[in-house]
Design a binder for this molecule. Structure first.
Ligand code: SAH
Length: 498
């Protein structure tokens, strides 16, 4: 199966179906690990080196790969052999299929987007063109020493009437570019080197056939890269769509709890950012469900049920429904939500919030509740830690207030090694800080290193906590939502670019 060139969105639907059915997934280094999330969680996943292997990593010999596939299949397992790009383009699929055929094991091939086509789309190079180039050749820059048949005919390639795309041609560029020139290909033929195509750090460098070796050396370009040779390069878009997205080249750390980070991750990725994840806090069941269960039995005591987070909605309503109750239990109460995400979560349970404040924070929620229903009886569904301002203001206004802890929020003790390394290397441009608890935990996780990236704060309260810890946020959301946060990051980015 082909995994595509890097962008995890470029896998095929058939590929996703096969991954979900696999018992064993054998992949190369070139495959973006993000694709492996389509695999059945019970599947065994192993990396086999091969293309893209780093010097320190052992490359598993082809015979061993074949044997492993055959053995697993003979045990009745469904095996996905996952390769970067397309398996039939310099992917050794023929050798593997031969071994499987010999063992009588049925095989299906799932094509993928090969690097040359990804470079065309993502680097804006029209490798065919109605007026200028009518043919494309995919060429290896690295011929196998045990190849059967004659070596590459550079004379024929020099005369080829179209675009040449070299794979595995970075380290061998002096050899093949020299050979093409010797065989008569004009030295000033336009060339583009497209490195890590379709990934957030995609890079395109242009030169000519004659200057290719020195250009690679000067820019210290390492594989994986495809090298495109021909007039097509002269027709390329100056800044392709992929590189002109507003956050292209920016590395952003998302710090929300794992199961809530998805939408923010997706939006930032679509805007071109490389997104790393480091949940700063972990959300889990409360230490004791006893008080929650008892309260759920006595909801008639309250006029209002107040939610100050999405998690509050989720944990309380799931507990109610999973315990045999249903939403009719809330029928007599009015519902308040601190902001649009919380109100949306209520809607997912088919509930409509009766009140959502103008400003999405506890102070505003308290003021509006007091104005509308001061003196009534409130139940606040809250985290194991959090701010007291809501309860205080409601009580001060003469209301009866009970709080129940419906979920617990704890700090994550250590950063992931990959994130810690990126932070130490100064590779992270932005850190999103989406609550006060996250701000505190980030201070513990990264200490002084948190001065280096730009901090994007969700609200004045969160900014206050950051300042208390000695960190000045670079931007603060005007609207206290994830979209609001992205908006101010984009505005800051535009300011930097101009
Ligand atoms: N089967 C793969 C090619 C494997 S050969 C495919 O169809 O794309 C390995 C070579 O592929 C690399 O040396 C490089 O030339 C190219 N390649 C793979 N992924 C790439 C990427 N994201 N950007 C640029 N080149 C890539």
């Amino acid at each position: 199966m082909g995994a595509g060139p890097g962008d995890p969105g470029l896998i095929t639907l058939r590929g996703v179906q096969c991954l979900a059915q696999a018992d064993l997934v054998l992949h190369d280094w070139l495959v973006n690990p993000a694709i492996l999330r389509h695999a059945n969680p019970a599947a065994e996943i192993a990396c086999l080196g091969s293309h893209g292997a780093k010097a320190t990593q052992r490359v598993i010999p082809q015979d061993e790969v074949n044997a492993r596939m055959v053995t697993a299949a003979q045990q009745g397992k469904t095996v996905v052999r996952l390769k970067g790009g397309d398996p039939d383009v310099f992917g050794r699929s023929a050798e593997e299929i031969e071994a499987l055929d010999a063992a009588g094991i049925p095989v299906e091939t799932v094509p993928g987007v090969t690097a040359a086509l990804a470079a065309a789309g993502y680097a804006g190079i029209p490798i065919t063109h109605g007026k200028h180039c009518s043919a494309v050749a995919l060429v290896t820059g690295h011929e196998r020493h045990n190849k059967v048949g004659p070596p590459l005919d550079y004379g024929a390639l020099a005369r080829f009437p179209g675009t040449l795309v070299f794979y595995m041609g970075v380290t061998t560029a002096p050899h093949w570019s020299g050979a093409l020139i010797t065989e008569g290909k004009p030295a000033d033929t336009p060339v583009a080197i497209v490195r890590r195509c379709s990934l957030p750090d995609q890079q395109t460098v242009r030169c000519t056939l004659a200057t290719l070796p020195e250009t690679i050396a000067e820019h210290r370009l390492r594989p994986p890269a495809v090298i495109i040779v021909g007039q097509a390069v002269a027709l390329a878009t100056e800044v392709p769509w992929f590189a002109s997205r507003p956050l292209f080249g920016q590395c952003v750390l998302v710090t929300r709890p794992k199961d809530q980070a998805g939408p923010l991750w997706q939006r930032l990725t679509d805007l071109g950012a490389e997104v790393l994840q480091q949940p700063a806090i972990r959300i889990s069941d409360p230490a004791d469900w006893g008080p929650v269960d008892a309260t759920l039995e006595r909801l008639d005591r309250y006029d209002w049920l107040v939610f100050s987070s999405v998690n509050g909605v989720r944990y309380l309503l799931d507990r109610l429904c999973n315990g045999g109750g249903d939403l009719r239990r809330l029928g007599h109460m009015k519902l308040a939500a601190i902001g649009p995400a919380t109100a949306d979560e209520l809607r997912r349970y088919r509930l409509q919030a009766d009140l959502m404040p103008q400003q999405y924070r506890a102070e505003s929620l308290a003021d509006e509740l007091v104005a509308k229903a001061g003196g009534e009886r409130f139940l606040l569904a809250r985290a194991s830690r959090g701010r007291e301002v809501l309860a205080q203001r409601l009580t001060a206004a003469g209301s009866t207030v009970d709080q129940i802890v419906v979920y617990s929020s704890t700090d994550v003790p250590q950063p992931e090694p990959e994130v810690a390394a990126a932070m130490s290397a100064g590779r992270i441009d932005w850190v999103t800080v989406t609550s006060s608890a996250i701000a505190r935990s980030l201070g513990d996780l990264f200490g002084e290193q948190l001065h280096q990236p730009k901090l994007a704060s969700i609200s004045p309260i969160t900014s206050g906590v950051l300042r208390e810890l000695g960190f000045e946020p670079a931007v603060e959301a005007v609207e206290y939502t994830m979209d609001g946060l992205i908006e101010v990051m984009l505005a800051n980015q535009e300011g930097t670019v101009q």
